[in-house]
Each structure stands twice: as C-alpha cells, then as structure tokens.
Design a protein around this ligand. Structure first.
Ligand code: G6P
Length: 615
C-alpha cells in the first residue's frame, strides 16, 4: 500500500526522502513522487520505480530543506503520473499533500469544491484533501488550523502530510486510521508511515494516535489531538527508541527479501518461542496478564484474518479442535465484518495479522465487539500496530520486519504462536498432562532445527521449478491439517509467479477438479505420514491414472515410490503436530524458484501490496 516520508532540516533532505521511499517500496506501489520547497514548490512524479524518481532528482536538480514524498498504490484512479502524489492546490501560495488510505466522502466534497471553482487534475480522492485545505486557508490563514478544520469534514481512514509554498519552515501531518509516526532527529524532524523508512535519520520515534495532528519544524514539533475537538488540545506523546536493525531491512547476501525471509524462518520461529524454550512449563501470561482468567472462561474460538494469516487460522482450527477440544470457526475478515452472525459471550475472538494494519481485519474485530464478543486476542508481528491496541490479549510473533509481499516467515511464526495458544488452552482446560506438556515443549525446542533441515530440499525444488515454470495452471492437494498448507502453497505460487494455482482438499478431487487434469496441469500434493496418508495415496492414483503429472512433498517414511510422472521430494523428519509448519517450507521454495525462472518481480508482485490498509 501507499507509503509516506517527509523531512524538515537545515540540510538538503532529498537524499533522506529517496532512501525512505526505497525502504517503503516493499509495501507495494505503482507510482512515486515528491515535493520540495526550492524557490517555490518543485514536484517530481513517475510511474516508474523509486530509482526512476532518483534519476529525475538528478536531472531536475531537486533539493530543499523541507519535503514530502510518497509511493502510491492505486485505489481511486489508474496508476499514472497525473494521479501520483503529491497533489497540489492553491494559486498564490500552493499547498502539497501526500496521503495514505481512502477518503470515503470524496465525491460529495469534490462536487462542493468544483462549484467553488476548484479545478481537479486527477481522479484521486487525495486531490480533494489538497483543495479542501486550500479552501480553508482562504479564511483561516494558518495551515495547521486549516488542516484541522479540513479533517473534521473528511470521512475514512487516512494519514496525510501537508506543506505550504509560502511557509516552507513547517510540515503538518495527521493520522486517522492509518499508521503514521514522527522521527525526532538531532538536526531535523521526520514523518513516515513505517519506522524502517526513518532508520537512516533517527531511532527516536513517536507513534501518532488516532486523531493526532502534528506540526513539524526543523528543531521542534507540537502535537494536538482533534478526536473530540476540531482545533485540538495539545498532547504529549512518548518518544520510543526503535531497536529495528538496518540489517533487518537490508538484503544482505540474498537476491530477494523473500529468499532472505524464507531462510530466516528457523531464527524467526526461535525468537517467537524464546520464552517457552527457557521455561519448564507453558505460562498463559505469554498472552497477557488477563490470559489465564479469560482462557479459563472461553468455550470456543473465532479466528478472523485475511490472506496468508487466514490460512494460519485454518491450520489452527484443526489443532484447537483436536488438542484443546474447543469448537473453532475461522472467518475471512472481509466477509465476517458484513455478516449478521450470532455472538457468544464465551468466545475468544482471535485476530491474526502480520502487519496489524489490515483494514478488513481491524474492522472485523470491531464488528465482533459490537456483536457482543468480550474477549479478544491479537497475534501480530508489529508491536506498535493498531491491532495490538485493539484487543484485550496479545501475542507478538517475533519474525522481524517482513518486506517481501508474499508472506513467509510471518506465516510460520503465526503457526508456532497458534500451536502455543492451542496447548495453553488445553492446559488451562485440564486436557494436557505434565508429560504431554513436556513433550510439546521439547518438540517446539526442536522446531528451529527441523526448519533448518527442511530448508535443505532447496536444490531439489530448484530442479522441479524449471519444468513447473513452463505451466499455466497448477493444482495443490492436501488433506486434514495439511489442506490449508496446500492453500498457502497455491497462494504463494499465484502471487509471485502469476501461474494460476488452486488448492483442493484431496477428497474433493473427483467432485470437479479431476476434469482439469492432463499432462499440462501439474498436481502438487502434500503427503505427510499421518492417518490420512492412505486416503491421499488413493487420490494421487486417481491423478496418475489420468495422465496427470504429480509433484509430491512426502515425509521420509511416507513410502511413495517415484515413477514416470510421479516426482517425490522427501522431508527428512516426520514431526507429528508440527508437520504443517515444516511442509510449508518446500512450497515457499517452489513458488520462489518458479518465479525466478519466470523472471517476475518476486518481492513486489504486480498489483499487490504488503499491508492492505484499505477495504
Ligand atoms: C496482503 C499481503 C499478504 C497478507 C495479507 C494479510 O494481501 O500481501 O501477504 O497475508 O495482506 O495481511 P496481514 O498483515 O493482516 O497478515
């Protein structure tokens, strides 16, 4: 999704803007732009990459002491230069705006402003903000006040940064439903939608809260909160020191962030489970101080999420129902939020999200609360995200920043956390003996090593990827707890290689998809040695007998023999409950190497965004 960076200092800030934008590239974008005050507003925009913007900066000698910049992921209006941010308004003293999120009432405001003579040059909702502020400035000469008054008329979730040509000594920024933070530097102040964009300038970060509007100067800043008062009351916000290492957001020796993140999984899972490794027993407090009390009251679980996080929830359903013996529903957030479902006060609502900013997941959790659900838990990778602030309990996956749009280490750390949740629930409800608990802790301690071993299939997967890359469609099959893993494998492949891939519960094959099977339709199967293996083997026979080409990821002891059109890669260990976590690894590698073969933009697949902060 869109990204914002702004800077005001006593030196040229253009390099800071460009570096910040390049750090925001991972969020997904289709155009980029910046404005600096350099003897008037100087605006550069491109539908190319941030590196293209860098070339424009050199050609047009852009420099300045204050500026705002943006990467845009199109929502209103096609990806084009005229729709790229910043958007300008005003005549005598122009203003410039960059914006993340969506203004829901933009059409009504546009009609009003057009009637007052404002000329629109883009199809974006953002331009409405620029003209509205310019309009308010006609009466209210102060930009800060004009912004506050304009925000009172805007509906939607957004973050903005605004500059005025006549007063280049300040940037005004505001947050309402989309993340925005201030970086407090020694020689300047900064604003960004993501702390990784500020690492080169400062580690002192203020996370703005809902309704905050701030004015930044090179040596000071002030924040007011306009949630209950149009013109706002001054508020103090804590400065946090960011511990994000720049290595975490740099590629290092890897070709892509996705590759780096796939190989980081052993350490990401180890970090996530660190508190368990050092303990003799699992403490409910890992989920928050109130966890024991809440967990002992809940009788069923409702999981809400989107995309890959939703797949993690689907895996958890199998675990929760079989180990913790609780009914568990898993809902796609964008569906749940508009459904009149029946609330049960004994339900624990679990929101899973890597970013903690996914608009549908946040709205679905609010919807659950309004329906009468009391207990909520966030499983999230970003400590300062909106999701974390919204729930009664929380568990942080400690995967570190995930940059590749296709989620990998976030997924496996979510699974590790959900397994921990399962055993905690089972323990509190007296369904787990001491021995069983010790056994599970032992298995979790071994998980990072098991993941390391699973990664060794890389060279075999690379060979498969060569023939796979020539195909246009693929089917993924799994059964039981590995069915959602098949779904995740299909999602990874379609996201980054653009091969059409669908997952089916293997038992459903003969109810439709078998009609598609021929030698042009590779079928990927996940074949762990579990109680469903016999059934799965029959399903594979059905494919084989019809000339389909099978690519099977089996457990070492699954006894599936290679033959013509039946290729097998074996995972070295058979790990019971943890099996879905390990079986994810070869599927991620397959998607990655197929995408490499096809020459796609692995980390920034077309049309997709990392954090979907709009509905
Ligand atoms: C986007 C990302 C996916 C992610 C999904 C949910 O579609 O590209 O990788 O799984 O959003 O995101 P969340 O941050 O809520 O897990």
């Amino acid at each position: 999704m869109c990204g914002i960076i702004g800077a005001i200092a006593n030196v040229d800030i253009v390099p800071v803007l460009l570096k910040g934008l390049s750090r925001l590239e991972y969020r997904g974008y289709d155009s980029a732009g910046l404005v600096v005050v350099n003897d008037g507003l100087q605006r550069l925009r491109t539908t190319g990459r941030v590196s293209e913007l860098g070339k424009l900066v050199i050609q047009q000698k852009a420099c300045g002491l204050a500026g705002i910049a943006h990467t845009r992921w199109a929502t209103h209006g096609e990806p084009s230069e005229r729709n790229a941010h910043p958007h300008l308004s005003g005549e005598k003293s122009r203003i410039a705006v960059v914006h993340n999120g969506i203004i829901e009432n933009h059409e009504a405001i546009r009609i009003r402003l057009k009637a007052k003579g404002f000329k629109f040059t883009s199809d974006t909702d953002t331009e409405v903000i620029a003209h509205l502020i310019a309009f308010k400035l006609q009466e209210e000469k102060d930009l800060f006040k004009a912004v506050c008054l304009s925000l009172a008329e805007l509906q939607g979730a957004y973050a903005i940064a605004v500059m005025e040509e006549a007063h280049p000594e300040r940037i005004v920024v505001a947050r309402n439903g989309a993340p925005l933070l201030i970086g407090v530097g020694k020689n300047g102040n900064f604003v960004a939608s993501d702390s990784s964009a500020l690492l080169q300038s400062t580690r002192n970060i203020i996370y703005l809260e809902e309704g905050d509007v701030a004015e930044l100067h090179s040596h000071n800043y002030r924040i007011v909160n306009c949630l209950h008062n149009q013109l706002g009351d001054i508020v103090e916000r804590t400065i946090h020191e960011s511990h994000l290492s720049s290595d975490a957001v740099e590629l290092g020796p890897y070709a892509h962030f996705m590759q780096k993140e796939i190989f980081e999984q052993p350490s990401a899972v180890a970090n996530t489970l660190e508190m368990v490794f050092n303990a003799q027993s699992i403490s409910p407090n890992l989920f928050g101080n109130e966890a024991e009390n809440i967990f002992s009251r809940v009788k069923n679980i409702l999981i809400i999420a989107c995309g890959t996080s939703y797949h993690a929830g689907l895996v958890a359903r199998y675990w929760i129902e079989s180990v913790a013996k609780m009914p568990c529903n898993v809902e796609i957030a964008s569906e749940y939020r508009y459904r009149d479902s029946i609330a049960d006060p004994n339900t624990l609502v679990v929101g899973i999200s890597q970013s903690g900013e996914t608009a549908d997941t946040l709205a679905a959790l609010n919807h659950a609360k309004k329906l009468g659900h009391h207990y909520s838990l966030a499983i999230c990778n970003v400590p300062e995200s909106a999701l974390i602030r919204q729930t009664s309990l929380r568990f942080l996956t400690r995967a570190g920043p995930e940059i590749g749009v296709a989620s990998t280490k976030a997924f496996t750390t979510q699974l590790a956390s959900l397994l921990l949740l399962t055993v905690t629930l089972a323990k509190i409800h007296h369904l787990l003996s001491k021995d069983e608990e010790r056994h599970i802790i032992g298995a979790l301690r071994h998980l990072p090593v098991a993941l390391q071993i699973a990664l060794q299939v890389e060279s075999q997967v690379k060979i498969w990827a060569k023939s796979f890359a020539k195909k246009r469609h693929a089917l993924f099959l799994g059964r039981g707890v590995h069915y959602p893993i098949a779904m995740e494998g299909a999602l990874k492949l379609k996201e980054i290689s653009y091969i059409h891939a669908e997952a089916y519960a293997a038992g459903e094959l003969k109810h439709g998809p078998l009609a598609l099977v021929d030698n042009e339709m590779p079928v990927v199967a996940i074949a762990p040695n579990d109680q469903l293996l016999g059934k799965l083997k029959s399903n594979l026979q059905e494919v084989h007998a019809r000339g389909g080409e099978l690519y099977v990821f089996a457990d070492v002891d699954a006894q599936i023999i290679e033959s013509k059109n039946l290729h097998v890669i074996r995972l070295a260990e058979h790990t019971g409950l943890l099996s879905p976590i390990l079986h994810t690894i070869p599927l991620q590698l397959l998607a990655y190497y197929v995408a490499l073969e096809r020459g796609t933009d692995v980390d920034k697949p077309r049309n997709l965004a990392k954090a979907v902060t709009v509905e």
